[in-house]
Write a protein that binds this ligand. Structure first.
Ligand SMILES: Nc1ncnc2c1ncn2[C@@H]1O[C@H](COP(=O)(O)OP(=O)(O)OP(=O)(O)O)[C@@H](O)[C@H]1O
Ligand SMILES: [Mg+2]
Length: 250
């Protein structure tokens, strides 16, 4: 965790009029929003509206056709390769599918980003891995292989791995996908707890209303390539906008 955590209220992520098309398919058609330090922003929208594409832009895996993406005040279009690598270390990404490496143990999966990106000693890495396993309440899972653990536990490991480099910003892509309601609830509580305890800033893409209600402070509704509605989480789920009402089924 860096010194930045004290600067509450400053903008961590800002998208300004972002456009992205794949061939003739215009997916993002002027997306703008900002996310402030310590806050959690939910992103909702129909399948294929560009939620995952938006997250990929923020970690620099995709470049916009037009518009600007700033992370920690830096324009990703002009950032050097070195600074981009530094930036990525500061961003945790929880993948929809878990994306654990099956032939490595849980502990080895967690250690990988530290082995590749830091100069920490083996003992220091072991200590960090154990600290994160404890943070997500699976202290004894380190020696297990991904095939030996449940879906809910895999999600916890995915979260621990995203947190392993102590990022200031964490992006979740459908953290409830494939989980039953009870396990989803425990994951959502854990996400909330992590963001409160570590004071991380987060973006959560999720279809499940309960997840967004548990973890987000504000929510944007993506529609037709734009942010159609942005509101605090309470008002968002008592919508007046007809298209949002239709989407939420209320
Ligand atoms: N690399 C790519 N090349 C071509 N088309 C892509 C690429 N990535 C995404 N798309 C298309 O962009 C659209 C938006 O994709 P995206 O994955 O962001 O949707 P989403 O909002 O996350 O949907 P879901 O809720 O189903 O996950 C889809 O039509 C998808 O097929
Ligand atoms: Mg998606």
């Amino acid at each position: 965790m860096t010194q930045t955590q004290n600067n509450k209220g400053e903008v961590v992520v800002r998208l300004t009029d972002v456009y992205k098309a794949f061939g003739p398919k215009e997916i993002l058609r002027g997306v703008s929003f900002e996310l402030r330090r310590g806050k959690c922003l939910g992103i909702m929208g129909g399948s294929g509206t560009g939620k995952s594409v938006t997250l990929r832009h923020i970690i620099g895996l995709m470049q916009p056709d037009a518009g600007k993406i700033e992370v920690e005040g830096k324009d990703l279009a002009t950032i050097s390769r070195h600074n981009m690598q530094e930036m990525r270390k500061n961003i945790g990404y929880v993948f929809q599918e878990g994306a654990l490496i099956n032939w490595l143990t849980v502990a080895e999966n967690l250690a990988l980003p530290l082995r590749e990106n830091t100069k920490l000693s083996a003992d220091e890495i072991d200590a960090k891995v154990q600290e994160k396993l404890e943070l997500v309440y699976i202290p004894d899972a380190g020696g297990k292989f991904p095939s030996e653990i449940s879906g809910g536990m895999k999600k916890r490991v995915g979260l621990a791995r995203a947190l392993i480099t102590d990022p200031d910003l964490i992006l979740y892509d459908e953290p409830n996908a494939g989980l039953d309601p009870e396990i989803s609830r425990s994951i959502n509580r854990l996400m909330r707890e992590v963001s409160d305890r570590l004071n991380v800033t987060s973006l959560v893409v999720e279809h499940r209303i309960e997840c967004i209600q548990t973890v987000a402070d504000e929510v944007v509704f993506l529609l037709d390539g734009h942010v159609h509605v942005r509101d605090n989480v309470k008002s968002f789920f008592q919508p007046t906008d007809p298209r949002l009402k239709e989407f939420l089924g209320v």
